[in-house]
Design a protein around this ligand. Structure first.
Ligand code: ZN
Length: 153
């Protein structure tokens, strides 16, 4: 049967190569068809690309909501007038926020379990000037950027 997941007879690496003479890309040993049990096990406990990206997407959505809620997203958009669609703007600023979290100048407050109270969720700008500088650098018109002071690392 073609398209059936196969498994290396030696090291256990998974393969989707359905050619009869295909060998393991990791160790070169022959492949065999996976048993239904092995396939089921992989489905439940193996890494799933779909579920990883789903969590990533939801996490990003929550991050986006935290900085843009209460009309702030629209407010920044109106001030900066970035010349891109609002949804692109949301994505770009969310990227900046994520970088800020990595660098430590933004902190997201997310409770360990979901609670039905928006006040439990928050975002804190440890360095608001840095956020303003990042937004300006990302969206300001070339004219406005010319007079900008260089910022130190
Ligand atoms: Zn192998």
């Amino acid at each position: 049967m073609s398209g059936q997941p196969r498994i290396c007879t030696s090291c256990g690496q998974r393969s989707t190569n359905s050619a009869a003479d295909a060998v393991c890309t990791a160790c070169g040993a022959p492949l065999r068809a996976m048993t239904r049990m092995e396939a089921l096990f992989d489905r439940w406990f193996g890494p799933s690309a779909a579920s990883v990206s789903e969590c990533y997407h939801r996490h990003r959505q929550l991050t986006e909501l935290l900085w843009s809620r209460d009309g702030r997203g629209q407010e920044y958009y109106n001030i900066l007038r970035p010349g891109i669609s609002y949804s692109k703007f949301l994505q770009r600023v969310t990227d900046i926020i994520c970088q800020g979290v990595r660098d430590g100048w933004v902190e997201l407050r997310i409770p360990p379990v979901p609670v039905p109270d928006d006040a439990a969720y928050g975002i804190e700008f440890k360095d608001p000037d840095r956020f303003a500088a990042e937004l300006t650098a990302a969206f300001a018109a070339p004219d406005a950027q010319r007079g900008k002071r260089p910022r130190g690392g």
